[in-house]
Design a binder for this molecule. Structure first.
Ligand code: FAD
Length: 394
């Protein structure tokens, strides 16, 4: 079957998931014919908090791309706050705050340097034939990787085909707005997350980029209630992090498809793979998604290359489902549970208080929110003690 299509592999979307997928496929099989499609020209902006967890670099290092953050200051301090409760801590491993205009363009450069062909094209239709997957009647591929973000066209095609993939309305989503504002003294050198009082998770942030600007924003869970307007989100941001709205620029808002306990299991059989936001993989506590994007992108690229080498492209889907389950399955179940618990404001307060008393609880909360952490006994015990104490104090 390999060789009949125009391309061995077409990756739709050249964000972190897509560029990493192309890179991983070409690292495995340097002679593959790989097209990396995006509707936009790079460098391009992407609405994001720009926080790059250390786990992202763990994935990129074996692909020779961990230096995509070079030149941007690592940030070690993290403040978590809700009302009067505050914990200020030093993260065990620093995060980077790199504008997506820079980060994504650097990753795309790595993919093209490895041999991927970058094409500017907006995919609108995905059709399956026995020999290949055909995009817009123009491009055919033996394997397709959907890395086209929160409103993925590739995912919608798989939903229409029936089976495992849940449609948009059936999944939890958040909406968030971000801008860039000059960093003032109290926000310098740190990441601040301040929870609000609306439907949780709801929080404002300020992430110092280290170049005089901070990425600032506000996001919350999307519900069937009144729509989250730009005015409402700017109002909440100003209330929680005063002063940044007036000086901020480049405001943009976007959806975040939050993961659930079953997100890793939705990948259907066959030669069309889903990664990153297209696979519905955004941390339901924190809105972090770049780690999952590069992690699933790397797995999808490798699985695709292996299936092509064996001339069994239809096996790629089940293999990716297995690989994602092995890497993230347990973590996704724990973050889903933690996300549900964090919808209750007293649990957020208990988490902050517990992290104040116990630095290891602080580390474990960071790990759960940024990478592949779990609800450990220590974390659960700390929460339970603080919740019990709060009841005692009432
Ligand atoms: C306000 C906000 C703040 C966030 N903050 C953070 C944070 O600090 N840290 C973090 O880790 N995560 C954060 N996230 C989540 C993070 O942005 C995403 O999880 C991440 O971008 C997912 O990467 P991706 O490659 O899957 O998709 P994307 O980055 O969305 O890339 C998808 C690509 O596909 C292209 N595309 C889309 N449709 C088509 C089409 N039909 N044809 C061709 N190309 C197409 C797009 O142009 C884009 O380049 C935030 C999200 C939001 C909205």
């Amino acid at each position: 079957m390999q060789g009949r299509a125009d391309w061995d592999l077409v990756v739709v979307g050249a964000g972190p998931a897509g560029a990493t997928a192309a890179l991983a496929a070409l690292q495995h099989s340097p002679h593959l014919r790989v097209a990396l499609l995006d509707r936009e020209a790079f460098p391009r902006d992407k609405c994001c908090g720009d926080g790059i967890a250390p786990h992202v670099l763990d994935v990129l290092a074996p692909l020779g791309a961990a230096d995509v953050v070079t030149g941007w200051h690592p940030v070690e301090r993290l403040d978590l706050a809700h009302g009067q409760e505050v914990v200020q801590g030093r993260m065990r491993r620093p995060v980077h705050v790199v504008p997506r205009t820079v980060f994504d363009a650097r990753l795309v450069e790595r993919a093209t340097a490895a041999g991927a062909t970058l094409l500017r094209h907006r995919v609108r239709a995905v059709a399956s034939t026995p020999a290949a997957t055909v995009l817009d009647g123009l491009l055919s591929a033996t394997v397709v990787i959907g890395a086209d973000g929160a409103h993925s066209v590739v995912r919608q095609a798989l939903v229409r085909a029936g089976g495992r993939v849940s449609p948009k309305g059936a999944r939890p989503r958040a909406v968030a707005l971000r801008g860039y504002a000059p960093v003032s003294g109290r926000l310098a050198g740190r990441q601040l997350i301040r929870f609000g009082d609306r439907v949780q998770p709801a929080y404002a942030w300020s992430f110092d980029r280290g170049d005089g600007l901070a990425n600032v924003g506000y996001g919350e869970l999307a519900t069937d209630g009144a729509p989250l307007t730009r005015q409402l989100m700017l109002g909440e941001l100003e209330r929680l992090v005063p002063g940044v709205v007036e000086t901020g620029t480049d405001w943009r808002a976007h959806h975040l498809p939050l993961s659930s306990w079953r997100s890793g299991r939705e990948q259907p059989d066959g030669p069309v793979l889903l990664t990153g936001d297209a696979a519905g993989l955004v941390n339901p506590m924190t809105g972090e998604g770049i780690y999952y994007a590069v992690a699933t992108g790397a797995l999808a690229g490798r699985v695709a290359a292996q299936a092509l080498a064996r001339e069994e492209p239809a096996e790629a889907g089940s293999q990716l489902r297995f690989a994602v389950g092995r890497l993230l399955g347990r973590h996704l179940r724990h973050t889903w549970a933690a996300g549900r618990l964090a919808r209750m404001a007293p649990v957020i307060d208990a988490g902050i208080r517990s992290a104040t008393h116990d630095p290891r609880v602080f580390d474990q909360l960071v790990e759960l929110g940024l990478g592949d952490g779990r609800i450990t006994r220590r974390l659960a015990g700390g929460l339970a003690r603080e919740l019990g104490g709060a009841r005692g104090r009432r």
